[in-house]
Design a protein around this ligand. Structure first.
Ligand code: DC
Length: 299
C-alpha cells in the first residue's frame, strides 16, 4: 500500500497515540508513514483528531501490540499540492524565505531569476547583443536551462553545465536585468516556468510569478523592504564594504528601477497578494507569517 492511499483512506497505525517508535513487526507501509515530513504532519493531525473522537472509531487490531490499526471515517480529500508565488525586489529576502518554506513543506523551490541569469550568461558567452530581442529569444530556444533542487541548495544548469556560481557574478546580474525587459524573452520564460510548476508542490520566486506565471497561485506573497535595508542586507551577505559596497548599492537601485518600470510585466504586487514588508522583521518572523498563511489554506 502506498502512503498517500493509507493516509487518504484514513487508515493509520496508532502506536500508543504517537507517530514514530514503530515496534518490530510493524507493516512496511506504516513505517513509511514517518516520512516524508509532510505525511508525518498529516498523520500527527489525524492522531489528534482520533484521540478526540475515540468513540467514533472502528477498530481492527491486527497490528503488533501496542499498535492498533484504525479505520478513521474521513471525508477528507487528498491533500492538494499548492503553488506558492513569492515576488518582490532584489534583497527583500525572497530566496531565503522561499527555500526555507519549500524545505519545510517538502516542496520544490524554483528560482525563476536563475533562468534569466542563465540566458544572460549564454548571451555573454555568445557575444549576443543584450538589446537584440529576436537573437535572445532564438538563444533561449536553443538552450537547455534546468533548475535542479538539491539538498545543498538549487543548482542551475545551462546546456548541462553547472553555472550556479557563475550566474551570481556582477556582469551576469547586470545582463539578466537587461535581457528580462524583452517581452519575447519573458514569454519563453513564462511558458517554461508554467511547465515546471504545473504539478503544484512548488514555491516559485521571482518578479511576475503572482501576476503572470501563476495568476491563480494558491498563495501570493509580495515581499518588500525599505531600499536602504535591502542594500545593507546584500552588503552583509556578500561581506563587502567601501567602494565595492557602494557599487552594489548603485547596481541594486538600477535593477530595481528597470524591474519596476519595464513595459512587459513590471515588478508589482498582484492585486490579491499578501504584501509583507520585512524592513523591521527578521527571517524567522517572515517565515512564521508565511507559514501561518499556508496553514490557513490547508484547513
Ligand atoms: O531574482 P534575481 O535577482 O536572480 O533575478 C535576476 C533578474 O531577472 C532580475 O534583474 C529581474 C529578472 N527577473 C524577472 O524579470 N522576472 C522574474 N520572474 C525573475 C527575475
Amino acid at each position: 500500500m502506498r502512503i498517500p492511499e493509507v493516509v487518504h483512506r484514513g487508515v493509520i497505525l496508532l502506536c500508543q497515540n504517537k507517530v514514530g517508535q514503530m515496534p518490530k513487526g510493524t507493516p512496511e507501509w506504516a513505517t513509511r508513514l514517518r516520512s516524508p515530513r509532510a505525511h508525518v504532519d498529516r498523520v500527527a493531525t489525524l492522531v489528534t483528531a482520533i484521540t478526540t473522537r475515540r468513540g467514533d472509531l472502528q477498530r481492527n487490531s491486527p497490528g503488533p501490540e501496542p499498535c492498533t490499526i484504525v479505520n478513521f471515517p474521513m471525508n477528507d480529500q487528498p491533500q492538494r499540492k499548492l503553488i506558492i508565488a513569492i515576488d518582490g525586489p532584489a534583497g527583500a529576502g525572497k530566496s531565503t524565505i522561499a527555500s526555507r518554506l519549500a524545505r519545510k513543506l517538502g516542496y520544490v523551490n524554483l528560482e525563476s531569476g536563475a533562468m534569466y541569469r542563465a540566458l544572460a550568461l549564454k548571451a555573454i558567452d555568445k557575444d549576443a547583443s543584450l538589446d537584440d530581442e529576436a537573437a535572445l529569444v532564438k538563444l533561449a530556444q536553443e538552450s537547455r536551462i534546468q533548475l535542479e533542487p538539491t539538498l545543498g541548495g538549487n543548482r542551475t544548469l545551462l546546456d548541462s553545465r553547472d553555472v550556479s556560481s557563475r550566474i551570481r557574478e556582477r556582469d551576469v546580474t547586470e545582463a539578466a536585468s537587461r535581457v528580462s525587459v524583452h517581452p519575447g524573452v519573458r514569454a519563453w520564460m513564462v511558458a517554461h516556468q508554467r511547465e515546471m510548476g504545473a504539478g503544484g508542490g512548488v514555491v516559485m520566486e521571482g518578479r511576475d510569478i503572482g501576476t503572470k506565471v501563476f495568476p491563480d497561485a494558491d498563495l501570493k506573497i509580495f515581499l518588500d523592504a525599505d531600499p536602504v535595508v535591502r542594500e545593507q542586507r546584500r552588503m552583509q551577505q556578500q561581506k563587502i564594504k567601501g567602494e565595492v559596497a557602494a557599487n552594489l548599492a548603485a547596481d541594486l537601485r538600477e535593477r530595481d528601477r528597470r524591474d519596476r518600470t519595464r513595459a512587459a510585466s513590471p515588478l508589482m504586487a498582484a492585486a490579491d497578494a499578501v504584501v509583507i514588508d520585512s524592513t523591521k522583521l527578521n527571517e524567522d518572523e517572515v517565515l512564521a507569517w508565511v507559514e501561518q498563511l499556508v496553514s490557513r489554506l490547508k484547513k
